[in-house]
Design a protein around this ligand. Structure first.
Ligand code: SF4
Ligand code: SF4
Length: 310
């Protein structure tokens, strides 16, 4: 790697970020790989369309052509919300990457931009299919649960990317995504998955069975999904909690954000009226953001209702 890139990745490493840099042309390969994976997964058409929509991306506009992509990872804490409902407190977890899902990678992209400016280059946040990009760039490896793992961080992380107009390093790594070696002799996530989404016989996740896919969606839950499978405000923690690969890296738990009865009632009201959260004070809105509940209000409200009424 050339000196400017080594300097940048070293600076980011000092700030807790692992990063790799690849030529911008690699994004075409990312698109191709995602499209092939969707074909191979043989998903129901509605699921395939939703996943394709989720990973579709455009590059930001720029007067100068983008030449390289920085893909990065940073550890994120488990966040929690303590909601007061019918006089009782309920603490609900939110998987680590929801808090700051957009704002954290955007802040890192601004930092990369700041670090490149003295050399006359710029960077801008972009959202390609991050797991594919990180895995092919050698930043992450896949677990059997199709989650991305980064050495030294584990899987409790946030991935992000930005494009830059700086020429890419000559020795940028690019190749086939690698699987964790431990997965060859481990089935902990497969056994822990509450919905049978992890295939023993195939690497690709059965997305249409994954709890995260369903509880991130506005669509009604399928009849086969057991109410007892729900345990988080959104997403699912089970396969990562079971994974021995994560034990060494550890998971930091943030102090729960507390919501009183009135705040909780307004949060839950978004299930019927998506605009309900507009009535929340800036202080409450900030707490929602800090603990990652600011993902789609109607979806989060539906999931929380289910957990609080259980
Ligand atoms: S639980 Fe085991 S099989 Fe699953 S991702 Fe972790 S190491 Fe791999
Ligand atoms: S996120 Fe949950 S439902 Fe999806 S594969 Fe992991 S354990 Fe199974």
């Amino acid at each position: 790697m050339s000196d400017p890139w080594r300097r940048l990745t070293d600076d980011l490493a000092r700030e807790g970020l692992c990063a790799r840099v690849v030529p911008v042309e690699r994004l075409a390969d990312v698109r191709l790989r995602v499209s092939r994976a969707l074909d191979d997964a043989d998903l129901p058409s509605a699921v395939a369309a939703a996943v394709a929509d989720d990973v579709a991306f455009d590059l930001p506009a720029s007067a100068r052509p983008w030449r390289s992509v920085v893909v990065f990872a940073l550890a994120r804490p488990l966040t929690r919300a303590t909601l007061t409902w019918h006089g009782k407190e309920h603490t609900v977890p939110v998987p680590p990457h929801y808090a700051g899902y957009r704002s954290v990678p955007q802040a890192v992209a601004r930092r990369v931009d700041e670090l490149l400016r003295p050399d006359g280059y710029a960077a801008a946040h972009c959202e390609p299919a991050l797991k594919t990009l990180a895995a092919c760039a050698g930043l992450a490896r896949y677990g059997r649960n199709n989650v991305a793992y980064v050495d030294g961080i584990g899987s409790w992380l946030q991935l992000g990317a930005c494009v830059t107009d700086a020429p890419p390093p000559d020795d940028a790594i690019w190749g086939e995504p690698q699987l964790l070696e431990r997965c060859e002799r481990c089935t902990a996530c497969l056994r822990a998955c509450p919905t049978g989404a992890i295939g023993g016989e195939r690497f690709l996740l059965h997305t249409e069975r994954c709890l995260t896919y369903h509880n991130e969606s506005r669509a009604a839950f399928p009849g086969w999904l057991e109410p007892s499978a729900h345990h988080a405000a959104v997403g699912c923690l089970r396969c990562q909690q079971a994974c021995p690969e994560d034990r060494a890296a550890g998971l930091v738990e943030a102090t729960p954000e507390r919501f009183d009865e009135e705040e909780t009632a307004t949060i839950l009201a978004a299930e019927r009226d998506e605009t309900a959260w507009a009535g929340l004070s800036p202080v409450t809105q900030a707490k929602l953001e800090r603990c990652g509940l600011d993902y789609l209000p109607a979806v989060v409200a539906r999931n929380l209702s289910l957990l609080l009424e259980a």
